[in-house]
Write a protein that binds this ligand. Structure first.
Ligand code: PSU
Ligand code: MN
Length: 306
């Protein structure tokens, strides 16, 4: 069976697909697990609104009662934001969530996969997952990286979450053949912080240039592409501030024996406390700005396809 047959593609998205008009997929784990109420619903709505302002159709993706759904309604966004009994589904969890009828927020990896099955080629998030930093978590490498290797979707983000080992994450992306493109920057951003000090593989300064690279990569049968833009200066944290809070959060995670899928949500929550909510506001701002940029890139792709 064609995997797209089990998707619930909502009418507005289905029309946009038929007409080849621009669509931006948005992930839902950041709503259900990455951010607390009510900043999570503000972020979800803000991302959708930014996409619409640019003349594209937003499609937030999640698994709803076992149905991979493309284009959640506003009241459904709220279900994920309130987060009761909602699972976190990465790529390997999709089949289980579907067969057991679960409701689950989808990570970047799972969102990319569903978006591609639906025929959507651009998505936005805050930060992608990566390779975790501590020796205890040496093998904890986000499935996002492997999905980027094989699924042709452009992921607009503010880099990899600052909670991961950025140099190792970039090495893995290189090994996997994933272009890491900086939007208006030569350095890979690290989510809350505007730069990691590490170079990107190429830089672009317009959405059209970004769309052209995606088109060429896909003509070469490439998979995903990371398109990273730094969080705006109004909301960025400085790296020493973050490093201190992160070191403490990691120690707590080790002491509490937190690992696996629970690790990312745990570290994000601890950082929010340690930075007095600054990390949350940076996260919200970057999701919204990434959604806006993703819409511009999606428009560029539509223009090229015509
Ligand atoms: N970006 C955010 N907040 C998040 C995440 C990303 O701004 O909560 C989520 C994404 O869904 C990403 C996931 O795919 O964290 C990575 O989790 P893991 O390290 O367990 O693969
Ligand atoms: Mn992991």
């Amino acid at each position: 069976m064609n995997p797209s047959a089990i998707l619930d593609i909502r009418p507005e998205v289905a029309v946009a697909l038929r007409e080849c008009s621009p669509i931006v997929a948005l992930e839902s784990t950041l709503i259900s697990h990455g951010l607390p109420w009510p900043i999570n619903i503000e972020t979800a709505r803000g991302g959708e609104k930014a996409v619409r302002e640019e003349g594209a159709v937003p499609a937030t993706i999640a698994v709803l009662h076992g149905r991979p759904t493309v284009g959640l309604s506003d009241s459904e966004l709220e279900i994920f934001a309130k987060g009761e009994g909602i699972l976190k589904a990465s790529r390997r969890d999709l089949a289980v969530a579907i067969s057991k009828g679960h409701t689950a927020g989808t990570t970047v990896a799972a969102t990319m996969f569903i978006a591609h099955q639906a025929g959507i080629s651009v998505m936005a998030t805050g930060g992608i997952g990566g390779a975790h930093r501590l020796p205890a978590n040496l093998w904890d490498i986000s499935s996002d990286l492997f999905e980027l290797a094989r699924t042709p979707v452009a992921v607009v983000c503010a880099g990899a979450k600052s909670i991961v080992d950025i140099p190792r994450t970039l090495e893995i992306l290189e090994t996997l053949g994933v272009p890491v493109i900086g939007f208006g920057t030569d350095e890979f951003p690290s989510f809350y912080v505007r730069s990691s000090g590490r170079p990107v593989s190429a830089r672009v300064d317009t959405p059209e240039e970004a769309a052209k690279i995606c088109q060429a990569h896909w003509q070469l049968r490439g998979g995903g592409i990371v398109l990273a833009q730094p969080v705006s200066t109004d909301f960025a944290l400085d790296s020493s501030e973050l490093e201190l809070a992160l070191a403490r959060a990691e120690k707590e995670a080790v002491d509490a024996k937190i690992h696996g899928p629970a690790l990312t949500p745990f570290l994000l929550a601890r950082l929010a406390e340690a930075t007095d909510g600054k990390s949350l506001r940076a996260n919200r701002a970057s999701v919204i700005e990434n959604a806006r940029l993703a819409a511009r890139i999606a428009k560029g792709m539509c223009t090229m396809a015509r």
